[in-house]
Ligand binder design. Structure first.
Ligand code: NAP
Length: 190
């Protein structure tokens, strides 16, 4: 999966947080274990907290399912992890992130940015990603978690902001609760 000349950078912005430790890192580990993502994928945690990869690993540990036979693969997963400390509004921090991705990957590194962050920083972060961190060759994708605004006005504002920076096919929006009620109703009907 994936050619040798291209690599992948999965960047978790807000890597010090709750969603990252409970859901994102555990999912990336399972996908990696099952060879469902290319071997030449590198994972970059990014947040303001002063942390090391070992500390991120320690935080995630209670949520990681690792059997004895998976140990080697688990070590390999963490060997492909990096951590970059930076703020959400400082351009030079995003330049450092870009530089780090450039050093680890191949010239053609596809980049996926996952915003595991409070919505208050979505606009600043996405502006800085656009300004400093787009893939030089290859594709860039941005994943945003709910909530997409708190009312129609703020939602439209965020949508317009994102549309000014990215093509629609570069954006993914995740809302775990969309459709939840409908699914619950279906279960009731059954
Ligand atoms: N937790 C879940 O299970 C869950 C489920 C569904 C959706 N979500 C959504 O996922 C996103 C992240 O959720 P989360 O629970 O991981 O949030 P969180 O732990 O509160 O925040 C994630 C990280 O963002 C930084 N941060 C927190 N408050 C900030 C602020 N006011 N200004 C700037 N940075 C701040 C912190 O990192 P640093 O201080 O190190 O920079 C923190 O570790 C949110 O949009 C949330 O709605 C979460």
């Amino acid at each position: 999966m994936g050619s040798l000349s291209e690599s992948y950078a999965f960047v978790i912005l807000g890597a010090s947080g709750d969603l990252a430790k409970k859901k994102i890192y555990p999912t990336l580990w399972l996908l990696s274990r099952d060879n469902s993502i290319p071997k030449n994928t590198f994972f970059f945690g990014y947040a303001r907290s002063d942390m090391t990869v070992s500390q991120v690993r320690e935080k995630c540990s209670p949520y990681m399912k690792v059997s004895a036979e998976d140990e080697a693969s688990y070590e390999d997963f963490w060997r492909r992890n990096f951590y970059v400390r930076g703020s959400y509004d400082n351009k030079s921090d995003f330049e450092s992130l870009d530089e780090r991705i450039g050093k680890v990957g191949t010239p053609r590194t596809n980049r996926l940015f996952y915003l595991a962050l409070p919505p208050s920083v979505f606009e600043g972060v996405t502006s800085n990603l656009k300004g400093c961190c787009m893939a030089k060759e290859g594709w860039t994708r941005v994943i945003i978690e709910k909530p997409f605004g708190k009312d129609s006005e703020s939602s439209a504002r965020l949508s317009n902001h994102l549309a000014s920076l990215f093509h629609e096919d570069e954006l993914y929006r995740i809302d775990h609760y969309l459709g939840k009620e409908m699914v619950q109703n279906l279960m009731l009907v059954r």
